[in-house]
Ligand binder design. Structure first.
Ligand code: GLU
Length: 311
């Protein structure tokens, strides 16, 4: 009898808007990676940002992924995991690594140093502040982690160079916002570890965060999964190609394509399949090989009637 694999993959979309072709591609690649290894596959609806996430988007995500032909072994909502995020903050506070920060966005922007992810680098203004005597729960400010200087060198299975010093490249990140919401960087590493995720397959827009995630794992005593960052779909906005977002939602797409037609289109455009004939995630599993998947981002547009590659 063959040993069951201990690998565990996941797809962790933020439920901040309707699912779109980029969502379907990211879900498909994470699913193919896990299922081709015989791994467990979990769907985690990342709904912890109260300003952006809505229950109806979580429902929409489930409907979109089901329509497209993906399945999963477990499904969870990140907002239900608050106790584990608080336990992680307790641990970091006990290590003396958390501090309150009262800087506004414009205070940080005024210093004017760009971070590697395109945001503004936190200059460390509040770094020497202590938590209130009663602990982090008593702080009305945002909470940041005091990062130790040093390069973090995660390995990316596709060969991307992810190494940098997160303190230099990003500055100390917020882990709990002023309004009490847990920040993505903390939630994602805590949840991946708590769920036993061993394979993180996600878009290349998140590659600049991975070195930080590895540092957070180290401080929290958590295992580091294998990482792979894949191509993005991009649309022309102004004279730039931006990460595809609002161009077309899956509901509109579904008026024009069957799930298998769109899967075939995506498969051909990204190198998974030779022809743009209808196919399904299940069919693509046979012979799935990351070597076939296009590395470079793909320019696309929605004409109102069809989804097309940009020349
Ligand atoms: N929730 C993030 C997003 O939708 C992805 C998180 C991750 O894969 O690490 O962009």
């Amino acid at each position: 009898m063959t040993e069951p694999t201990r690998e565990h993959g996941r797809f962790a979309p933020t439920t901040s808007g309707p699912a779109h072709p980029g969502t379907l591609l990211a879900g498909l690649l994470a699913w193919l990676d896990a299922r081709s290894l015989g791994a467990r596959f979990s769907l985690r609806l990342e709904d912890i940002d109260p300003d952006r996430c809505r229950p109806e988007h979580a429902q929409d995500m489930l409907a979109a992924l089901t329509w497209f032909g993906l399945d999963w072994d477990t499904c969870s909502q990140q907002s239900e995991h608050q106790p584990r995020f608080e336990a992680a903050l307790d641990r970091l506070a006990a290590q003396g690594l958390l501090y309150p920060c009262a800087c506004s966005r414009s205070d940080i922007q005024r210093v004017g140093v760009r971070a590697i992810d395109g945001s503004w680098r936190y200059p460390g203004t509040c770094r020497t502040r202590a938590l209130p005597p009663g602990g982090w729960r008593e702080s009305a400010d945002a909470l940041r982690i005091r990062l130790a200087p040093g390069r973090s060198e995660p390995r990316d299975e596709s060969g991307l160079d992810l190494a940098h010093d997160p303190l230099v490249a990003l500055g100390d990140p917020v882990l709990r916002r002023r309004d009490g919401a847990i920040a993505y960087h903390l939630a994602v590493v805590v949840d991946d570890a708590a769920q036993g995720v061993t394979r993180v397959v996600r878009g290349r827009d998140l590659a600049s965060c991975t070195a930080l995630h590895v540092v957070l794992q180290r401080e929290l005593g958590l295992a580091t999964p294998n990482y792979r960052h894949h191509l993005l779909l991009r649309e022309a906005r102004g004279d730039k190609l931006a990460k595809l977002h609002g161009a077309v939602g899956w509901q509109e797409l579904r008026g024009r394509y069957t799930a298998n037609e769109f899967c075939g289109w995506l498969a051909q455009a990204t190198g998974l399949h030779d022809r743009a004939t209808p196919t399904s995630p299940g069919e693509l599993l046979r012979g799935f090989d990351w070597k076939r998947v296009r590395q470079d981002d793909l320019g696309v547009r929605w004409t109102g009637d069809a989804f097309e590659r940009l020349a």
